[in-house]
Write a protein that binds this ligand. Structure first.
Ligand code: EPZ
Length: 421
């Protein structure tokens, strides 16, 4: 079993470069199925979720080739299947993004249902409602979902209002709509940076998507998409994770290759916690003395405070002065990491979507187990700020979404390494 070993209590100094956005790659890579040509994608993060997505594309018949560690060339002109292999699809919640692209490409698609995970079930009813509105029929059997356009019919545009803001359904329906007959309007759409990045990719290949990044996205169907090149945006959550690490450990870190407006909610919370954050055109500088003030946060769809930063800030609040509260408004149960942080002496109570955190200095090292990607990042952050040795198991969950996290942190002066037994 592999684990991270961290000897904490050291301040962090220097520069770290952020990789491409995991959650942009999650929809843009499946989106290459729509393209009648060769696509070159750059700034692709070298993480497990991307490697798995490329394996699924190859299982469908695509040719994928790394030009460089972060540049991949994809050719989907010859496909041999429209079904995501179950043994691959179940390994990643985001495999459902293949449904929209494959439906648009082949008129039929299949994928395992996203399994439950650490913070509750992952329903896709809004995705399926949208596909049906566009003329597809949906069936769910043995934990697999299959959608198809009836014989002789074509996927057509529709006016779809989501019952709640959903990043996945917004992106999945964008993918389904780009080659459909007519116009599709998505209302109450998600506005995350990676939604706008997907629209940027599709339009670079000849699609006609407007309004992405607002709550109403309009997609006018086109006949075909052509090949080309595209570069992913930097990862907002990876950047926020290093901002939180610098705030927790103290020191001064320059976080490069970011888009500061994507980080404004995270910056605002850190400033409330007595952390200095200055912004450049494509970097933020985070400086702290490790003494943090407690605060209250509530997660919300973008541009609100991102749920994917909730565990990382929760770790900071465990170290801060005073009692803080967290309202996790997006997921039903995203506080399991607090139970793990109690092994370090942290004090908190969580109930449903609310948690109270009684911050205190002087936590101690502990052995912990990552329960999901961002929970694992929270445990790393708390360990970096704490004198003594900590161990974190289940690191494959962390490496799903963070490229070379031990190398990047070591480059800032952290004492962290991976023990592979
Ligand atoms: C995406 O998940 C991200 N994953 C998640 O990041 C992130 O937490 C989430 O968006 C919210 O920002 C990827 O992009 C690969 P949603 P997604 O659809 O699309 C409910 C990470 O750590 N809902 O916006 O699955 C759902 O239960 C991961 O990088 C329905 O009820 O999230 C949740 O309560 C974790 N029905 C809320 O909406 C649906 O059909 C938001 O879900 C869809 C969603």
């Amino acid at each position: 079993m592999e684990k991270y070993i961290i000897n904490g209590g050291k301040e962090l100094f220097g520069e770290v470069t952020i990789s491409g956005a995991k959650n942009a790659a999650a929809s843009i890579l499946p989106g290459t199925l729509l393209v009648d040509g060769i696509i070159r994608i750059s700034n692709v993060p070298d993480i497990h979720d991307v490697q798995l997505t490329l394996r699924i594309l190859e299982a469908l018949g695509a040719a994928c080739r790394y030009i460089h560690r972060s540049v991949v060339e994809i050719d989907c002109r010859k496909l041999k299947s429209h079904e995501v292999p179950v043994q691959l699809g179940v390994q990643m919640r985001a495999s459902h993004f293949f449904l929209g692209a494959m439906l648009a490409r082949s008129g039929e698609a299949g994928s395992p249902l996203p399994g439950g995970c650490d913070f509750g079930t992952r329903p896709i009813d809004q995705h399926l409602k949208g596909f049906e509105a566009m003329g597809a029929s949906v069936s769910v059997q043995n934990d697999c979902v299959r959608i198809r356009v009836p014989e002789g019919k074509k996927l057509h545009g529709a006016d779809i209002r989501f019952d709640l803001v959903t990043v996945g359904a917004t992106m999945n329906l964008m993918l389904a709509a780009v080659l459909a007959e007519g116009v599709t309007v998505l209302r109450n759409a998600a506005k995350e940076p990676h939604v706008a990045d997907l629209a940027g990719f599709l339009n670079a290949m000849g699609a006609d998507v407007s309004g992405a990044g607002t709550d109403t996205v309009t997609i006018r169907g086109v006949k075909a998409l052509h090949g080309g090149e595209y570069s992913l945006i930097p990862d907002q959550i990876e950047a926020g994770t290093y901002m939180a690490a610098a705030a927790a450990a103290g020191g001064s870190v320059k976080i490069c290759n970011v888009i500061p407006p994507h980080l404004s909610c995270i910056t605002a919370v850190l400033k409330k916690m007595n952390v200095q954050v200055t912004e450049g055109s494509d970097f933020v500088q985070v400086t702290g003395d490790g003494r943090l003030k407690g605060t209250d946060i509530e997660t919300a769809p973008y541009p609100g405070f991102p749920t994917d930063m909730q565990p990382q800030i929760g770790a900071l609040l465990c170290l801060a002065d005073g009692t803080s509260s967290i309202h996790e408004a997006v997921w039903a149960d995203r506080f399991r990491y607090l139970e793990e942080l109690k092994r370090m002496g942290a004090s908190s109570e969580a109930e449903g979507q609310h948690a109270l955190i009684h911050g205190k200095p002087g936590l101690h090292g502990a052995e912990m187990t990552a329960c999901d990607l961002r929970a694992g990042a929270a445990m790393i952050i708390a360990s970096l700020a704490t004198q003594g040795k900590s161990e974190i198991r289940n690191i494959q969950l962390i490496e799903r979404g963070y490229q070379d996290i031990t190398g990047k942190l070591s480059g800032l002066g952290a004492d962290i390494h991976c023990e592979r037994q």
